[in-house]
Design a protein around this ligand. Structure first.
Ligand code: GDP
Ligand code: MN
Length: 397
């Protein structure tokens, strides 16, 4: 689960990390009061969406004025005007996709004078199963670009959980970033705060890009991106409360309510499968026969008729879906239950696209019988290969 920059900064503040003072605004008429509560002489107005690259992004609406989703202002009035130009508009960045994201909140911040922009991140390193620090002198840019062009400018190392964070970790980062004097001490303290919050709150990633040295020579977190382990939200109620459902794919949100493992993709073939491994194999074989999956969907081992119906509805609500492949191996799951769910769903939402069903396993004969007696226009398949070929043929001709 991801959170907004302003929420991440509030968390940073709780842990004593240096951030600017700021106010969150959802209505344009509140912007002037909010900006007036900050000192100036520089203000920054920042669109709050769950995507990076806001500064270099652009708005779809012509009357949004010049600039992207991060704008500097030299007066309270100018800050309020910029907030008004962003709220309710659609911001497109290289991370939002061409559709962009609607800006429902802007964060107005006390502007900082910048000496240098640095990069800092913490993440869970899957190789070492440890928390790793990643830092670079090349802040404010896409770290993927830095990694591709100048790998030597990135320092990365993991922390032994037995010792936890130690001052030498912080000093190693400080020297790699070219910090001196008082900044080294600030860095050692800040890295300790970041490590503590990362572990306390079950984060998956924490990115400060840029971490800056201000014109008065102090470290400050100018941007903040945090991702949390969804499986640990049960023990972090404070984090779970920060969830902004308007930022999530509506289909994925609906699926999560029914405990379905659904991820929207870009292809044209909707898939309903049980078991993550079989779902992956189904996606692979669809690609092998020349089409692209529209989603990953694992309905789980103990799916009920209601769950199957809901899953089917979610797949058909995607306008990109040109055909559906149901691929079920009935182990714990019974094929007749799946068949009933599919039929109930088709009766409820109708079927505008070809549907191929491949059933195997427990109660397979009963399942096939239910489908062939339903009078629905369903293409039966014998195995995975046959199913994939049939649905690709039905969609591509
Ligand atoms: P992102 O584009 O979504 O990553 O948003 P950031 O918060 O990282 O802001 C983008 C860029 O705007 C930063 O790299 C800075 O160069 C600039 N910026 C953001 N806040 C300030 C500020 O307080 N003062 C100044 N001078 N520039 C800022
Ligand atoms: Mn940034």
């Amino acid at each position: 689960m991801n959170i907004h920059e302003y929420q991440a900064k509030a968390l940073l503040r709780d842990y004593g990390a240096p951030v600017s003072d700021g106010r969150i605004v959802t209505r344009a008429e509140d912007a002037k009061t909010a900006a007036g509560e900050l000192d100036g002489p520089l203000w920054v107005v920042k669109a709050q969406i769950h995507a990076g690259g806001r500064g270099k992004g652009s708005f779809k609406e012509a009357d949004s004025g010049d600039g992207g989703g991060v704008r500097l202002a030299k007066s309270v009035q100018e800050a309020a005007d910029q907030a008004k130009k962003m709220l309710g508009r659609t911001l497109v960045t290289h991370q939002t996709g061409p559709g962009g994201k609607q800006v429902g909140r802007v964060y107005i911040e006390d502007g900082s004078g910048i000496e240098t922009e640095l990069y800092l991140a913490l993440l869970v390193d899957r190789q070492t199963s440890r928390v790793s620090f990643v830092c670079s002198t090349e802040g404010g840019m896409d770290i993927e670009e830095v990694a591709a062009a100048t790998t030597e400018k990135i320092l990365s190392f993991s922390v032994d959980p037995a010792t936890g964070y130690q001052a030498f970790h912080g000093r190693r980062i400080a020297f790699a970033l070219g910090l001196t004097g008082q900044q080294v001490k600030q860095c050692v303290k800040l890295m300790g705060q970041l490590y503590a919050m990362f572990v306390d709150k079950d984060m998956e990633m924490l990115e400060i890009n840029p971490l800056i040295v201000t014109d008065s020579g102090d470290l400050k977190c100018l941007d903040a991106k945090m991702g949390f382990d969804s499986n640990a939200l049960y023990r972090n109620a404070d984090i779970a409360n920060l969830r902004d459902e308007t930022e999530e794919d509506p289909k994925e949100l609906q699926a999560s309510k029914y405990d379905l493992n659904y991820i929207a993709l870009d292809g044209e073939i909707g898939c309903m499968v049980n078991g993550a491994g079989l779902a992956m194999a189904t996606m692979d074989i669809i690609k092998l026969y020349g089409a692209e999956p529209a989603n990953f969907l694992d309905v789980g081992g103990g799916a009920t008729k209601e769950k199957v119906t809901e899953a089917f509805k979610i797949i058909t609500s995607d306008p990109q879906v040109k055909g559906i492949l149901v691929n079920i191996f009935g182990g714990i799951m019974r094929c007749d239950v799946i068949a009933e769910g599919v039929i109930a769903a088709v009766k409820e939402v109708g079927l505008q696209v070809p549907l191929v069903v491949r059933l195997e396993g427990t109660n397979v004969d009963k399942g096939k019988e239910i489908i062939s007696n339903s009078g629905l226009d369903v293409i039966a398949a014998d195995d995975l290969k046959d199913g994939a070929q049939k649905i690709v043929k039905a969609v591509k001709g």
